[in-house]
Design a protein around this ligand. Structure first.
Ligand SMILES: [Mg+2]
Length: 130
């Protein structure tokens, strides 16, 4: 999906129930954890580590592959990437559940900070610098 498609999708989806969907998924994750009595394992430290582990699994999929190879990943590779993205997001939302952080608000706030840090008129076509 290119950026034009993403913008069209976002426009189509805006005003729908994105926040409700996020909340629903967060609730499903909490239910999943609760049904297995995993709350005792879902500490802030463990979830932070799990996010890193899952990010490592995502990196493992692309490790040693050329940019050319990854421009159009094979369906099986794309499915693996999809799974790892889901794992990362599930861990992030679990961390939000444990900390009480609203992920929607957190992302909106961070995007606002990044808008100020990386103004488009300065950074258009340039990579962000640390
Ligand atoms: Mg994984």
């Amino acid at each position: 999906m290119d950026y034009t498609q993403i913008r069209m999708w976002a426009r189509r989806e805006s005003g729908k129930t994105k926040i409700e969907t996020m909340n629903n998924i967060q609730f499903q994750i909490a239910e999943f954890v609760s049904q297995r009595e995993w709350q005792k394992f879902h500490t802030i430290k463990n979830l932070c580590m799990a996010i890193s582990v899952e990010a490592g699994e995502l990196m493992e999929i692309v490790e040693w592959r050329s940019d050319e190879e990854l421009k159009a990943p094979l369906p099986a590779k794309l499915a693996s990437i999809r799974d790892e993205i889901a794992d990362i997001m599930i861990c992030c939302l679990s961390l939000c559940n444990v900390t009480g952080i609203d992920p929607d608000e957190a992302m909106k706030d961070k995007l606002q900070k990044d808008e100020l840090k990386y103004p488009a008129e300065v950074y258009r076509g340039r990579p962000p610098r640390l």
